[in-house]
Design a protein around this ligand. Structure first.
Ligand code: MN
Length: 469
């Protein structure tokens, strides 16, 4: 039996106003070579200046991953030459990463051991065309957070679940947009196999720079198959770096361990070291929001939301916040969840807006829901008022007061009748013993309950259904 072993090095582009070691803008610009200055282009004599917004976010992430935080912030030069790296070295953290020895629980199912998390800069983007290549230095110096896990995951699904949890944390905390479509998440994937006793039976293969979660999954699945096949055919495997080829869904040899680069790390002398104080750590701790997994648990246990809906609610922090505010002001949690995961989500997706820009604030939604629960409006009418209010940008109650339609919602009348029947056992028995003229008593009760707005034909139908069974 073979056991798959996966370790990940996950790079995430951070969200920040400026780059990590220069005041150039870090707001994505599709025009090449706009977000650049002398530092990004490595003109001689220009010194890096550290972006403290990025430092704080790096510490925040290290805290979330339960890491031991470094006592001082220092950086190292990783020396190598490539056209996308005009300095001839990348500024990264090697001697003392911002956090080490952490752990992240994934989906309440398994733990992923974090070896380290460090802050570094991205290289420029290269675009290889037929006979020439283009370089976009906008990406040079974009802040990156790299999280290195132990080889502790045992399936492609576990690796993906870990990456999804990480992306969700990045979005919740605003540390990164974690948008794989924009190439903001890139992974190096380490894959090899163990026997049933936990001994490694294939050498470690590193698949470089995989740029989407789907590709990470396919790369792992392919590499697992390739290594098993090689083992069974007695082919020699060796420690190597490979790349994933999206077109063929395979991994391709790049270089063997023998060609490994010696980066000749040394401490970056141009960035002054500084002490990470307990005070700073405490301040940063205060800014960590309640994360998705804890919220999900609360929704399920305290609010009685099913797991499927709870998962959807916590996908986006703004949607989760909206939902929680609804519950806070007194909307029934399941009612709120139905609205949020139903017509609200489809409306904001259709409009391409964030829930933060959604016109129907929580209080407005409550105006509709309250009337719906009181039976003043049917669920169909509620929907109509919902859209009318969005269209006219007017409070829902303006439309509710104008609505004086009768209630024709079978579910609402059914519920009311059900309650009345349950509360009038004596009358029910009388009716069933032949005193049929008591039927009108039940109709009267429904009318009293609905202030006369229940559809009388439907009401009688439903009462008959209950009494004549
Ligand atoms: Mn890196």
């Amino acid at each position: 039996m073979y056991k798959l072993v996966v370790g990940l090095e996950m790079h995430a582009e951070m969200k920040s106003k400026t780059k990590v070691f220069s005041p150039s803008s870090n707001i994505y610009n599709k025009i090449a070579n706009i977000n650049i200055n002398e530092i990004d282009l490595a003109f001689p004599g220009f010194l890096p200046s550290l972006n403290y917004e990025c430092v704080k976010k790096a510490i925040k992430m290290a805290l979330i991953l339960n890491c031991k935080i470094a006592d001082i912030m220092i950086f190292d030069r990783k020396n190598y030459y490539y056209p996308d790296l005009p300095k001839g070295y990348q500024i990264t953290q090697n001697t003392k990463p911002v956090g080490i020895n952490g752990c992240l629980r994934v989906n309440n199912k398994f733990d992923v051991e974090i070896l380290d998390i460090h802050l570094e800069e991205d290289a420029a983007a290269l675009d290889h065309l037929n006979t020439f290549s283009l370089i976009d230095y906008n990406r040079a110096g974009v802040p990156l957070l790299e999280v290195v896990t132990a080889p502790c995951m045992h399936s492609a699904d576990e690796a993906i679940a870990f990456l999804e949890t990480m992306c969700r944390i990045y979005k919740y905390t605003d540390i990164s947009e974690a948008d794989t479509k924009k190439g903001q998440i890139r992974c190096d994937v380490n894959v090899n196999l163990q026997d049933e006793n936990g001994n490694f039976i294939t050498p470690k293969v590193e698949i470089k720079n995989v740029n989407s979660l789907a590709n990470v999954k396919n790369a792992i699945l392919y590499e697992e198959k390739r290594q098993i096949l090689a083992l069974e055919n007695n082919e020699e495997l060796f420690q190597e770096t490979r790349r994933f080829d999206e077109k063929t869904g395979t991994t391709i040899h790049m270089r063997s361990k023998a060609d490994a680069v010696d980066y000749k790390y040394f401490v970056e002398p141009n960035i002054p070291q500084f002490v990470i104080t307990q005070k700073l750590i405490n301040e940063i701790k205060e800014t960590i929001p309640v994360l998705a997994d804890s919220r999900k648990e609360k929704y399920i246990t305290d609010y009685n939301i099913d797991e499927y809906n709870a998962n959807i609610l916590v996908k986006d922090i703004d949607i989760a916040n909206y939902f929680e505010k609804c519950v806070e002001i007194g909307i029934n949690p399941n009612m709120a969840a139905n609205y949020v995961n139903g017509i609200i989500t489809s409306y904001i997706n259709e409009q391409g807006i964030s829930i933060k820009d959604f016109y129907l604030k929580e209080e407005y939604l409550k105006q509709i829901v309250d009337k719906q629960i009181e039976g003043v409006i049917s669920s169909k009418q509620a929907k109509e008022i919902f859209y009318k209010s969005l269209e006219k940008k007017e409070e829902p109650k303006n439309f509710i007061s104008n609505e004086n339609k009768q209630i024709s919602d079978e579910n609402i009348i059914n519920e009311i009748v059900n309650n009345i029947i349950n509360n009038h056992e004596k009358e029910v028995i009388e009716y069933q013993n032949g005193r049929t003229n008591i039927f009108d008593f039940f109709v009267g009760q429904v009318m009293k309950e609905t202030k006369g707005k229940a559809n009388p034909i439907l009401t009688k139908e439903i009462i008959h259904k209950y009494l004549d069974k």
